[in-house]
Design a protein around this ligand. Structure first.
Ligand code: HEM
Length: 240
């Protein structure tokens, strides 16, 4: 128990929480991307997929039960991911301040207190992705932003019109552009995040550096390239 508490308080414990919650979120992103490729099979396939999501696990689970369990796990992963990132930033700032003060008193100069390019990119990338998720839910789940009056089709009697919602949503080019920019931020965040997670989990060692870096690029590309293709396919009329 004391060991678990020490780990939880340590920076390595927080990095582990960040890595594991990040892996859960990457798993969601792969499945979500894969599900969204059904839009290339046409409205029936895509709408049936949206309806099927609500029935996953039937008859063991009732309507939307398993979906809600997944939503709660995802929300917990997002909270833990943001919490551990914030804690690690505060810990690193505190240690930088301590070394600055001791360097200043010992040598009469300051140490380099600038945070690294990677950590700043991760922080800003994380903030952009968080704002994207809020917009995305208001857009495709609740239909309260990005549509003209009566354009967003709410589900009726178990019938989902996700296909026409996505086509109408991405037909507004500034919205599509925003999605593409958010996906570029997601790509940078994923690449560095997946790579760091491998290091935290001890999978990375100097003999396999190129392998793990390649895997981080592959995971990022598998998620982000199809995601960027969706708004482009709508704007080009391939999905219409
Ligand atoms: C261009 C890429 C994307 C497309 C086309 C897309 C499409 C959609 C659609 C249509 C829905 C509503 C599904 C439904 O109600 O059945 C949805 C929900 C959702 N999306 Fe995306 N999405 C994309 C990228 C992302 C990304 C990158 C994230 C996370 C960073 C994300 C997170 C979510 C979440 C959390 C939900 C709510 C799921 C739920 O609880 O029902 N999406 N997305």
């Amino acid at each position: 128990m004391t060991g678990a508490l020490t780990l939880y308080r340590s920076s390595i414990g927080k990095k582990a929480i960040m890595a594991v919650s990040g892996i859960v979120l990457v798993g969601f992103l792969v499945l979500h991307m894969y599900g969204n490729t059904k839009m290339y099979q046409g409205p029936e396939a895509f709408n049936a997929y949206a309806a099927g999501l609500r029935e996953i696990g039937y008859p063991v689970f009732g309507h939307e039960h398993l979906l809600w369990i997944v939503r709660v796990v995802l929300l917990a992963a997002v909270i833990l991911h943001i919490w551990s990132a914030t804690q690690l930033t505060l810990m690193s700032r505190a240690s930088t301040m301590t070394s600055r003060v001791s360097n200043a008193s010992r040598y009469g100069r300051k140490s380099n207190a600038h945070s690294s390019y990677a950590s700043r990119t991760m922080r800003w990338g994380g903030i952009i992705i968080f704002l994207f998720i809020i917009y995305h839910l208001l857009h495709f789940t609740f239909g309260v932003v990005g549509y003209g009056a009566g354009q967003f089709m709410h589900p009726e009697n178990g019938e989902y019109q996700v296909y026409s919602n996505v086509v109408r949503g991405f037909s507004v080019w500034p919205v599509s552009l925003f999605y593409i920019v958010a996906m570029v931020a997601l790509a940078m965040h994923l690449y560095h995040g997946v790579w760091s997670a491998f290091q935290t989990l001890g999978l990375n060692n100097r003999h396999f550096t190129r392998f793990w870096r390649g895997l981080a690029i592959l995971v990022t590309a598998v998620i982000v390239i199809p995601n960027i293709s969706f708004p482009i396919a709508v704007l080009l009329g391939i999905v219409s």
